[in-house]
Ligand binder design. Structure first.
Ligand code: UTP
Ligand code: MN
Length: 496
């Protein structure tokens, strides 16, 4: 632990540093404890900033202890700062924010601790694992922290087009390789400005680097441009944007010579299943992003339905919105109850209520096929066995704070929204929550890491230790990360 005798001497009031008692009557923000790093800042500026913050009701700690929630530094050398911090305190990275001065100045201006954003963070660039030769950035998304802020969108957009094209052609290896590469770039705290900066990055092969080089030099990649104007790529992209249409069906239609929605709808020989019919019927609405406010409103609706059935119902938002995304293609929820077994009938009852409220436009319900006997699943990305339903709901404008996210000129006063509900038994809740929070790449890498590095099998249901031949129980996501020997990654850092 590190002490600042000089700084505490300068304080007007002397304070017992080690107690939990608020040290100033005007403390307004009990949960925030700031620590100002003197290095680079200097003693007198630190003292000035301390007084400023204290006068605004902040608690500023003299000592870097585990009570500190926000470490603020003017040292822009991330590596040396982190090294210095780690030498002085056993930091629990998930519990403490290491921030540059911009967070502090923003907070002083607002007169309250502002929410931590990526731009405030000073990222720890040191390898996280003990494996000596691990590169600075891990090849596993579950060992990286990836917020919604993507500083390398010009590259990742290009990679995504290539990955998608491989997917359409069922070439799995390169498809995953491009997704992995995009994910590595998404985790970087800043934009890559020259190819040299990619030297130590994992998952970037020759092909990826060639694309990046082109983008750096010309702002675009010829290969990607070609794909974007390719008729087959464009058509498959259009067809797979319909709910219920996967790459196989899209390709079948393409090979029949169909090129547009009207071609499909005019072709009498094509039989659309119920999901695809709804997909076309509500295409305009469900191909439009769902906003956070809309997700919140849907949460209230589902919560109301679940609580009317059982007051002990538990509802959790998962998917992209739990990761802090502003928009999503659907809204994902876990809904269950602590009484083991009762979750089985929960979804049918909720569906029934939504139907009675007249807001159920489409429902595809899958009863649970979950059987503890069949665990662990040997399949890498097996569909999970919990009871679940894929819905389209009618959402009224007046239920959404700030109104619906609809197209300009849309005066209907409602929109259709895709909602997924999954209902695991309570003793598998943590696994379901982890699995449904995503991102897909984060999940893929968690499983790959579990299998390759730990000899364990992870899926949406359970974690199995192959070396000990036993299941590892977990009540929370933190338990699962701990079993895997991984640092905990917050949901908002899983946007891999
Ligand atoms: P989504 O496809 O909804 O993705 O799946 P998302 O991250 O929320 O993104 P948007 O904003 O909707 O486009 C959410 C998570 O649920 C898992 C997926 O693997 C993903 O991590 N999932 C989805 C399942 O595990 N099983 C399913 O049947 C469906
Ligand atoms: Mn989603």
């Amino acid at each position: 632990m590190f002490r600042y005798p000089a700084a505490s001497r300068m304080r007007k009031r002397s304070r017992p540093a080690e107690t939990d008692v608020p040290r100033c009557k005007e403390v307004k923000f009990e949960d925030v404890r700031v620590y100002l790093v003197e290095r680079k800042m200097g003693r007198s500026r630190r003292s000035f900033l301390t007084q400023l913050a204290t006068s605004k009701g902040f608690i500023v700690e003299d000592i870097l202890s585990d009570k500190v929630t926000h470490v603020v530094s003017e040292d822009s050398q991330a590596a040396s700062l982190w090294k210095w911090l780690k030498e002085r305190a056993p930091m629990e990275p998930p519990n403490v924010h290491v921030l540059d001065i911009s967070w502090f100045t923003d907070s002083m201006r607002e007169g309250r601790p502002v929410a931590v954003e990526t731009r405030h963070l000073i990222q720890d660039t040191e390898p996280t694992s003990a494996e000596g030769s691990t590169p600075t950035v891990s090849q596993y998304a579950c060992q990286r922290r990836t917020t919604t802020e993507n500083n390398n969108k010009i590259f990742t957009d290009a990679f995504e087009v290539l990955a998608e094209s491989y997917e359409f052609n069922e070439i799995e290896g390169p498809c995953l390789a491009f997704r992995r590469a995009a994910s590595v770039l998404k985790s970087l705290p800043r934009a890559v400005r020259c190819l040299g900066e990619t030297q130590d990055l994992p998952c970037l092969g020759e092909h990826m680097k060639a694309v990046m080089e082109e983008v750096l030099q010309c702002g675009r990649s010829l290969e990607v441009e070609k794909l974007l104007s390719d008729e087959r790529y464009q058509t498959l992209k259009l067809f797979t944007s319909v709910f219920g249409v996967g790459p196989k069906t899209a390709d079948k239609w393409y090979r029949r010579g169909l090129r547009s929605f009207s071609d499909i709808l005019a072709d009498r020989s094509i039989h659309l299943n119920r999901m695809q019919q709804s997909g076309f019927l509500h295409y305009g609405d469900i191909s439009r992003a769902v906003s956070k406010a809309e997700a919140r409103s849907l949460r209230n609706i589902i919560d109301g339905a679940a609580r009317a059935i059982t007051p002990t119902a538990i509802l959790a938002l998962t998917g992209g919105f739990r990761r802090g995304k502003e928009f999503g293609h659907d809204v994902d929820f876990i809904v269950t109850t602590p009484e083991l077994g009762s979750e089985e009938s929960l979804l049918p009852k909720i569906i029934d209520r939504l139907k009675k409220q007249g807001i159920l436009l489409y429902c595809d319900y899958h009863a649970s096929t979950f059987d503890v006997e069949n665990l662990p699943s040997q399949r890498f990305e097996a569909m999970d066995h919990f009871a679940k339903c894929f819905l389209i709901l009618h959402l009224e404008d007046n239920r959404v704070e700030g109104g619906l996210h609809t197209a300009e000129g849309d005066r209907r006063g409602w929109r259709a929204v895709r909602v997924d509900l999954v209902s695991p038994p309570m003793d598998h809740y943590a696994f379901a929550l982890l699995g449904w929070t995503g991102s897909r790449q984060f999940e893929r890498d968690l499983r790959r890491f579990a299998r390759g590095k730990r000899g364990m099998l992870l899926d949406n249901h359970a974690l199995y230790d192959k070396t000990k031949n036993e299941f590892l129980a977990a009540e929370t996501e933190k338990d699962i990360f701990a079993h895997l020997g991984l640092e905990y990654i917050e949901p908002w850092q899983r946007n891999a």
